[in-house]
Write a protein that binds this ligand. Sequence first.
Ligand SMILES: *Cc1c(COP(=O)(O)O)cnc(C)c1O
Length: 459
Amino acid sequence: MTTDIKSLDTAQLQALDRDHHLHPFTDALLLGQEGARVISRAEGVYLWDTDGNKMLDAMAGLWCVNVGYGRKELAEVAFKQMQELPYYNAFFKTTHAPVVDLARLIAQVSPAHMNHVFFCGSGSEANDTVLRMVRHFWDVKGKPAKKTIISRVNAYHGSTVAGASLGGMTWMHEQGDLPIPGIVHIDQPYWYKEGGDLTPEAFGVKAAQALETKILELGEDNVAAFIAEPIQGAGGVIVPPSTYWPEIKRILDKYDILLVVDEVICGFGRTGEWFGSDFYDLKPDLMSIAKGLSSGYLPIGGVVVGDRVAQTLVDEGGEFNHGYTYSGHPVDAAVAAANIRILLDEGIVERVRDETGPYLQKRWRELADHPLVGEVRGVGLVGALELTNDKGARTCFDDKGSTGTMCRDFCNKAGLVMRATGDTMIISPPLVITHEEIDELLMKARQALDLTAKELGIM
Ligand SMILES: *Cc1c(COP(=O)(O)O)cnc(C)c1O
């Protein structure tokens, strides 16, 4: 127990990991047999493992390292804040400068009508907060029957009980008897897999109208909110048809139902705008944030609250019986504020909008000619490829995602971290990625696609 962990080699670390560490979203038995990949350091868009392999991280960790790895200034801010005030809470009428600074910065970069933030430790906690906040809001408004939240099949809203219930992943619902009552799911705007013979535009309207059908079925007076990611992330980077969000907005304006936009992935520059809500002009009532908020350097999340809800809660809400020990943690807040200042000072969001986003999307779309690729899509610095064995027919392999896993493993061998969701390959690189690094990403992705196609006998 006293050996310095730094003196252990890869195999020793893997053995200890297997014996003592239960991983998230992992088959423990399989991992124990194969051994975990041990990551040791990172810089810019690159990772290194303990065997010395260098990889281009086209997932920015888990969609979060927006300003790239190795930012010494963030480490220094944390070091200073820990010495000055490592912890104090924001319960019981107290506050501190770092959380005030972060709240005003978030209000500055958020849509104009959103000026308040409730802090928590993660995206899941943000969505747990959303559930309680919208129901509390309607109680205060004298409409306690407005309880049900409408979400979407294949949405991802986190892994806590409320997060996984709001999410639409049936394989997550199966463990833990979810969803909890009061949450229902409508179909997703996934044209490639579910659009049938409709054009993307016609399908977008149809998918949005499922919301109206559900509202009428439940009764407007029983519906509290609709929650959605601007672009579904973990579900497979599903970019909705252009007609989808305008129709959703039309429906929400017609009925008195709150719009909650889960910005955990799209927030802080991913689409080339500060928020997906800016990209699609959504004017939400609430936004869940996490991930890019601190670029993953420390765990922090929050709910950005629009003026309508905030004013009601402030003026009439009384005490909100909700909060976390680490709500507005001073070190997390100081680092998140410094992260936002990096995004502002270096003009990173504008660069994604005007330069690196369009360049990545142009190069990414070149993969459409590959025999294994059925569709290429993306916005800003997020993208997806649909793998297919019948180009043009929008079919997928019926092998439960093993083609995607094969392609992902070839990516890893080529020195590229790309993720597979079933047979959908997805990327979400750090927002600081350069043109040369985008070229490298594309070269390696094509290499992995070629190897996958050869393995399958398609090329
Ligand atoms: C990752 C994610 C979450 C959950 O965030 P955690 O910090 O993992 O709890 C919620 N919503 C979306 C859209 C996400 O991508």
